[in-house]
Ligand binder design. Structure first.
Ligand SMILES: NC(=O)c1ccc[n+]([C@@H]2O[C@H](COP(=O)([O-])OP(=O)(O)OC[C@H]3O[C@@H](n4cnc5c(N)ncnc54)[C@H](OP(=O)(O)O)[C@@H]3O)[C@@H](O)[C@H]2O)c1
Length: 312
């Protein structure tokens, strides 16, 4: 199951929860802790994986790229209202201020959120990373980040990582990680790093399953997080007949089948939506389990290549 190998056992899980909570999250054989459970009217309680430093990360988060200005403010506030706790942004999205405003307008306690931002390539290097981090948290209106990622393995990664390790040790970032790193980039990082990355956020969806990289990450202490878990709608994912047929069996939509597939692979996913109905739909994946046969069927959809060739 999705939470295998992520350090949670049933006893730990039961210890932290009351009976009401159990009824909500013990579904099939999935048992996990929940993030920020029940402190908000619509909070369904999202299971978590455990990162390599013990931090809990919600298995589903909310992506914000291309959401800007008022749309970003409203979408982030809506996402929190329907139960998302992990919010994924980045300096390069140009929406950190709007994301911060959405959080503020929602009124949720900062401590209940898991906020991710990313260091853009122009800011690579020791001093510039410290500067960029300070700018990001100022824009977001927070005084720490839960997760800060090097967006791409470009430029002075060594200097950036050193700065991030210091910010981590100073408690300004709860976990540090990377994005779009290949195995060779991770191996190189290991030659000088004090801490392994907690996360590698990479493109992953049914059309690009990362069949070589996925087992590599599974064996490492770095948790995989999928960006564009719906391939941003490319390759007609939302009308794919194989996914539609599988969904019909469980009375679930294609989006829900995709997100459940990520979860059962033990991968964090951060779908984006500007529609509240879709946001809710995307969270409703914890009351069914894809059979092994269906997981195998989804394997056949793998095209083993990026759906975003324009990003090089
Ligand atoms: N680290 C990186 O380099 C990197 C790169 C790309 C993305 N990311 C992160 O990953 C996040 C997600 O990726 P993404 O934004 O590219 O795309 P995505 O989440 O794969 O797909 C988003 C698209 O799916 C639609 N959608 C969402 N839920 C739906 C549902 N239930 N039914 C039908 N359509 C649905 C959305 O439309 P509606 O708005 O109409 O719902 C939107 O058009 C980003 O927002 C960003 O935070 C990171």
């Amino acid at each position: 199951m999705g939470d295998q190998g992520n350090g949670l056992n049933r006893r730990e899980f039961l210890k932290g929860l009351g009976k009401t909570a159990l009824a909500t999250v013990v579904l099939g054989s999935v048992t996990s802790r929940m993030f920020g459970a029940f402190s908000h009217p619509e909070n369904i309680g999202i299971p978590t994986f455990t990162l390599n430093n013990g931090l809990q990360i919600p298995v589903l988060g909310f992506g914000t790229s291309t959401l800007n200005d008022d749309v970003a403010i409203r979408s982030v506030s809506d996402a929190i209202s329907v139960g998302y706790r992990l919010i994924d942004t980045a300096h390069i999205y140009g929406n950190e201020e709007a994301v911060g405003e959405g959080i503020k307008q929602n009124g949720i306690d900062r401590k209940e959120l898991f906020i991710t931002s990313k260091l853009w390539v122009d800011d690579a290097g020791y001093e510039s990373t410290k500067q960029a981090f300070a700018t990001s948290i100022k824009k977001l209106g927070v005084d720490y980040l839960d997760l800060y990622l090097i967006h791409r393995p470009k430029g002075d990664v060594k200097g950036s990582w050193k700065a991030m390790e210091e910010l981590y040790e100073a408690g300004k970032i709860k976990a540090i990680g990377v994005s779009n790193f290949l195995p060779e980039d991770l191996e190189e990082l290991k030659t000088y790093s004090k801490f392994d990355p907690a996360i590698n956020q990479i493109e992953a969806h049914v059309f690009f399953q990362r069949k070589d990289f996925y087992p590599y990450l599974k064996k490492s202490s770095t948790q995989m997080e999928a960006w564009s878990p719906f391939a941003a709608g490319r390759n007609n994912i939302f009308s794919n007949p194989v996914l539609a047929k599988i969904g019909k069996k469980y009375d679930k939509t294609i989006a829900q089948v995709c997100l459940r597939w990520h979860y059962q692979r033990g991968v964090v996913a951060i779908p984006r939506s500007s529609q509240k109905a879709h946001m809710r739909e995307n969270l409703d994946i914890f009351d069914f389990e894809l059979s092994q046969q269906d997981m195998e069927l989804i394997k056949t959809l793998d095209l083993d290549t990026t759906q975003f060739p324009e990003w090089g």
